[in-house]
Design a protein around this ligand. Structure first.
Ligand code: ADP
Ligand code: NI
Length: 219
């Protein structure tokens, strides 16, 4: 247990160094928030392995596909190398790698296959960070980094049927709320994740209503 704490702290420090200054929503503070939320959900899931959850939460975006030229194996590989250096048990490393591989959002109509309770927790914590007040801030930060319009009423949202189509889209940031963010609450995998998502979802809906009214000069 004491060793677990040390490995977690060392991993947090390493990720803080590595993800510093990443400006499109996957900076260290994203990992930090996912870690905090994952711990909160874990407290409601007594069977979950806390070490696996915390390490996977911290490492899940070590090499996001959008910044690693589409290589989905880079994240699990880098995480595995780091954990081996820390002498973490092979079974724990394997579980963490499976989680990193499976939690990416793959489009509105693409199935997500999450076997373990630990994967479900990290998935929920990651998706929760795309919702609510923080989710709104991240969406516009991402859109700005990609030079997208904040909103364009002439471009309608699209429901993507494949991960390829979802990745390729260049639509205005408001559309992202309809193409992804408002769908997340129904993808939640844990009871606590669902509860938190519903609250954040309701907040975003109020925000969008206000935004669209202001757009037309109605507020
Ligand atoms: P995940 O971490 O669930 O795999 P992504 O990496 O796709 O999610 O997205 C990370 C953050 O960037 C999220 O907050 C998400 O809403 C935002 N984001 C991703 N794609 C877009 C987009 N096309 N427009 C605006 N924000 C986006
Ligand atoms: Ni993430």
């Amino acid at each position: 247990m004491k060793n677990d704490k040390i490995v977690i702290q060392k991993t947090a420090a390493a990720m803080k160094r590595r993800m510093n200054g990443e400006s499109t929503g996957h900076d260290w503070w994203h990992a930090y928030r996912v870690w905090q939320t994952a711990k909160r959900i874990t407290a409601t899931e007594p069977t979950a392995n806390q070490l696996v959850v915390e390490l996977a939460a911290l490492l899940h975006d070590i090499a996001d596909y959008k910044f690693s030229k589409g290589d989905h194996e880079l994240g699990p590989k880098l995480a595995g190398e780091w954990l081996q250096d820390q002498n973490v048990a092979p079974a724990v490393i394997e579980s963490v790698q499976v989680i990193i591989r499976t939690i990416d959002f793959k489009g509105a109509n693409v199935a997500h296959n999450l076997a373990s309770i630990e994967a479900k927790i990290v998935f929920d914590a990651d998706k929760l960070d795309a919702l609510g007040a923080i989710g709104i801030a991240r969406a516009f930060a991402y859109g700005g980094a990609k030079s997208r319009d904040i909103h364009n009423p002439d471009v309608k949202p699209v429901m993507h049927d494949s991960f390829g189509a979802y990745k390729k889209n260049t639509s205005p940031t408001i559309n992202h709320f309809y193409e992804k963010l408002l769908l997340l609450k129904d993808l939640m995998q844990t009871k606590e994740g669902r509860r938190l998502a519903q609250k954040r979802h309701a907040y975003m809906k109020r925000y969008l209503e206000e935004f669209l009214k202001e757009w037309e000069g109605e507020r």
